[in-house]
Design a protein around this ligand. Structure first.
Ligand code: IMO
Ligand code: MG
Length: 425
């Protein structure tokens, strides 16, 4: 398919990067379209772990063009550091295979600062952000007080915009947060120090994509976060600040929606969530801890333990429909090995009624009680399976039941982090 959007159907960390890495082998171009360094995308090549935040995970495939779209919020220092680290590990990166949209907004040092200060001030009602300045950067974009990648190339203009922004921000830093005012020159210089290494990579990403699609080349749109963290359709306010659904792909890459051909979902065999917000199927006892340990459910970006719970078919059905997804790769099935029984939420009880629809209103979502269907577990080690038929019957039945309940087809089922551990169907 020429233009395929990859999207997480839960609260992020579904294993998007592993699937992207597999599909990237057959694609020409990989583009990130939203989010920023809040994303933590992990790819394992044998025993080697690669964790990506801003650079598209497609760079591990030689000969692919990787793009950062205008919808991403871009932190120059972190990008330069990530590129340097990858180069040190032998990944070839340069303007020939890595380009950044001049229209992408910058995450400035004061965005990180405000993210952290605001979260601290919120105390118990904090969102549990990654502290990467994502919300404040998107807020500046919407308020038209942001700075963009193209501005890095015009230092005088850059400084004047930083000065104007800090003129408004400094009184707030001092009076509300008791933080010393920031010096515009220092802030501007700190960021401009990264302009030169980035300059050759700055490009009109939208035009590159439109030309490539006209020429019949294939493009993978790499989503970050997950549908339930989408700013419009997720569990607001416990969401990220961008459209983490396929709905964000067109605007965030600069491609008309009519040119997107297909969406492929990524969904984990159970549920996780990092940060605050309602989570109906959360397991607060030993089973949740067991999934966390076996699944290595600790944040790639912040190291925080992820909250774990059973598969929520109500939430996934909602996400699948909203994203226009009919097919998804099911990941981390092996993490459920050894559970005596596995449960799936098929509906919610809400205020004395049973509902099969997902309330994207957190007040309602906080009150729901999941209605579970229980299935027998399996004790076999599924990570050794190489074909769907190698799986024990109970695991196969679980997968087929998830398909039915979430209205999806799973052409791939992943049972481990290795490239050979995806069972194709
Ligand atoms: P990937 O791409 C899981 C969560 C944070 C917090 C909320 C808002 O690896 O799936 P933010 O820093 O974006 O303002 O935080 O969103 N969050 C993620 N959770 N995976 C991610 O990315 C996430 N990116 C942000 O934990 O609850
Ligand atoms: Mg992640």
């Amino acid at each position: 398919m020429p233009a395929t959007v990859l999207v997480g159907l839960q609260w992020g960390d579904e294993g998007k990067a592993k699937v992207l890495d597999e599909l990237a082998g057959e694609a020409d171009i990989i583009v990130r379209y939203q989010g920023g360094s809040n994303a933590g995308h992990t790819v394992w090549l044998g025993q080697e772990k690669y964790a990506f935040h801003l650079v598209p995970s497609g760079v591990l495939r030689p000969g692919k063009l990787c793009l950062v779209g205008n919808g991403v919020v871009f932190e120059p220092g972190l990008f330069v550091e990530e590129v340097a680290d990858l180069r040190k590990r032998g990944v070839k990166l340069g303007a020939e295979n890595l380009r950044v949209s001049g229209l992408a907004h910058l995450v400035m040092p004061y965005h990180r600062l405000i993210d952290t200060l605001a979260e601290k001030r919120r105390g118990k009602s904090s969102i549990g952000t990654t502290g990467r300045g994502i919300g404040p950067a998107y807020a500046d974009k919407a308020a038209r007080t942001g700075l963009r990648v193209c501005d890095l190339l015009a230092p005088e203009y850059f400084l004047s915009r930083v000065a104007a922004r800090l003129d408004e921000l400094n009184p707030m830093l001092e009076k509300v947060y008791g933080h010393p005012a920031l010096d515009p020159r220092k802030v501007a210089d700190e960021v401009l120090a990264f302009a030169e290494p980035i300059r050759p990579m700055v490009a009109d990403v939208s035009a590159l994509l439109l030309d490539a699609l006209d020429a019949g080349r294939s493009v993978l749109f790499e989503g970050a976060q997950g549908a339930l963290l989408d700013i419009d359709f997720g569990t607001y306010p416990f969401v990220t600040s961008s459209n983490a659904t396929t709905l964000g792909a067109a605007a965030g890459a600069g491609v008309p929606p009519f040119r997107l051909d297909k969406a492929l979902g990524i969904v984990k065999a159970y549920t996780t969530r990092v940060g605050s917000g309602p989570f109906p199927t959360e397991l607060l006892e030993a089973t949740g801890e067991a999934l966390r340990q076996k699944g290595g459910e600790f944040g790639t970006t912040t190291g925080r333990p992820r909250r774990c719970g059973w598969f929520d078919a109500v939430a996934v059905r909602y996400a699948a429909r909203l994203n226009g997804v009919r097919e998804a790769v099911l990941t981390k099935l092996d993490v459920l090995d050894g559970q005596p029984a596995v449960k799936i939420a098929t509906a919610y009880r809400l205020d004395g009624r049973t509902t099969e629809s997902f309330p994207a209103d957190v007040a309602a979502l906080s009150r729901v009680e999941p209605v579970y269907e229980q299935m027998p577990g399996w004790s076999e080690d599924t990570s050794k399976a190489r074909k769907f038929d190698d799986l024990p019957a109970a695991a196969r039945n679980y997968v087929l039941r998830l398909e039915k309940l979430s209205g999806l087809r799973f052409p791939g089922v992943s049972v481990g982090r290795g490239r050979d551990q995806t069972l194709r169907r």
